[in-house]
Every structure is written in structure tokens, then in C-alpha cells.
Design a protein around this ligand. Structure first.
Ligand code: ZN
Length: 266
């Protein structure tokens, strides 16, 4: 099973904590990495977050998130996201690319906007030395969050756009895809992040009912072995949106269970 030393906690898992509290909780639990969301980062202040991360020696497996290329103001916001990611030493900036533009029914057009948006952002990200990680999202989010819905689509974008771009593979979004193992192999060294949680049956909420690893139906070890065979050596990032369950438990308990499950079912 997986090595606990590679565990990183996405702050969505500790939704009720400030970034300072999340950093301190991870450090107390002996967890080596964290992946903040930008709202929590901005509340904390980027310089203060950088100081806290260094004090506690935490790796930053990614910053969530840039993207939303079909929304107004996307370019300035994404450049700020690149700057923030660079300042806190993030290993990548995760891109949730955006869904349909307001009032649109044209998903092909949305996908073109996403490709053009990433292409426009890339020179800035390359100059900052910040890799961009396209995260394909499950198709149930195509309208409102991300119109890149398979790893094949994300790989196609990487092929088209060249250096400085890769993928974030989240088991929750890709586990169902019959092409996933082939596309993991194709992604190869472009895999920049690996997110874990589980798919519960039944799932009661499209966004906020993710399961703890081992409580659902995803064969996480198999996907982890595939990404490692493809060359990935980065963090195992736990990202659990769970309004009715894990968000209501003490952080110490959540982190203890994450460590156990990484060691036993991942
Ligand atoms: Zn994710």
C-alpha cells in the first residue's frame, strides 16, 4: 500500500479550518504536505502563509485553483494565481477549466475558449516556473465547473500546448473512464498531481458527498500503481468534500483516518 510520507492534505478536506489551523494540524499530525485553496490562502495572506509553511516544513503539492477560462476576468485572475502559487512554493497550479459561458449551450465553444485561455496563460506560467495542471472533472460538472471531462481531453490539450503543462489526476473524476489506464500511461511524466478520495454508493450530493478512501467503490491502489508506473513520484493528496460527514469531525480524527487509510487501502 501507499507510503504515508507522501501524504498531502488538500484543505478542502479540512473545510472548517483556516489555513493557519490546517497547517498547524497537519504539522502536529506529522503530515508532510498540504494543498491550499486560494480563498483560504488569501484570508491568511500569501506572505504569512509562506512563512507558516516554511516554519512547519510542509511541501505544497498544489494550489487550487486557477482556470475558469469561460468566466469574465479570467486572465488577470489566473496570473494572480500563478504568482500566489510561486510565492508559496507550490509544485503546480491546478486548473479547473470552467464550464459553459453564461447563457451558452455551446460546449464545443467552451472547450475552444479553454484551450485558447490556457495558451494565453502559459507564457506567464512558464516565466514564473509554475507548472499548470489541468484537472479533468467528472462529466456531471461539465456545465458549471469544467468542460474538460476525461484524461484523454486533458492529454490532447497538453499535446497541443507544449511545455509547462500537465495533468492533475483525481480518482474521483476519472475512475469510471474505460480509457483511464491507457491515458495515464500516455500522460506519463506530465502527471503533476494525484488526488484521492472515494466514490460513495449512493452519492447524495454532486459536490459535497465524497467518501474517505476505502469507503467507496474506487480501486485506488490500481490507479496509484498505474500513475507510478507512468513515472509519477509526487504526493498523494487527499481531497474530500464531505458536508455531512468528514467536515463535521475534529481535524485530528480526520487526519488520523487519512493516514491509516493511505497506509491500508491506497
Ligand atoms: Zn482534485
Amino acid at each position: 500500500m501507499a507510503d504515508v510520507a507522501r501524504l498531502s492534505i488538500n484543505t478542502a478536506t479540512l473545510h472548517r479550518l483556516t489555513l493557519r489551523e490546517a497547517i498547524e494540524a497537519c504539522a502536529r499530525a506529522g503530515i508532510a504536505g498540504i494543498a491550499p485553496w486560494r480563498d483560504r490562502l488569501q484570508e491568511c495572506g500569501v506572505a504569512e502563509a509562506r512563512r507558516l509553511l516554511r516554519t512547519h516544513g510542509l511541501r505544497v503539492s498544489g494550489l487550487c485553483r486557477g482556470g475558469m477560462f469561460t468566466s469574465a476576468g479570467w486572465l488577470d485572475d489566473n496570473r494572480r494565481a500563478v504568482d500566489e502559487a510561486a510565492e508559496i512554493g507550490a509544485e503546480c497550479l491546478v486548473l479547473v477549466v470552467g464550464g459553459l459561458a453564461a447563457g451558452s449551450k455551446n460546449i464545443a465553444d467552451a472547450r475552444r475558449q479553454v484551450r485558447d485561455g490556457i495558451a494565453a496563460l502559459l507564457p506567464y506560467a512558464r516565466a514564473a516556473g509554475m507548472p499548470l495542471a489541468i484537472e479533468p472533472l467528472h462529466p456531471m460538472y461539465a456545465a458549471d465547473r469544467a468542460c474538460v471531462n476525461t484524461l484523454a481531453q486533458a492529454n490532447d490539450l497538453c499535446d497541443a500546448l507544449g511545455e509547462g503543462i500537465g495533468v492533475a489526476i483525481d480518482v474521483y473524476h476519472v475512475w469510471w473512464d474505460p480509457s483511464v489506464e491507457r491515458e495515464i500511461e500516455r500522460a506519463g511524466r506530465r502527471i503533476l498531481a494525484f488526488h484521492v478520495c472515494d466514490w460513495l454508493v449512493p452519492t447524495r450530493d454532486l459536490l459535497l458527498d465524497r467518501g474517505m478512501m476505502g469507503d467507496g467503490v474506487i480501486d485506488i491502489p490500481r490507479l496509484r500503481e498505474r500513475v507510478e508506473s507512468a513515472g509519477y513520484r509526487g504526493a498523494l493528496e487527499v481531497e474530500i468534500f464531505s458536508a455531512e460527514n468528514w467536515w463535521n469531525r475534529p481535524a485530528e480524527e480526520v487526519l488520523r483516518v487519512c493516514k491509516e487509510r493511505i497506509a491500508t487501502v491506497c
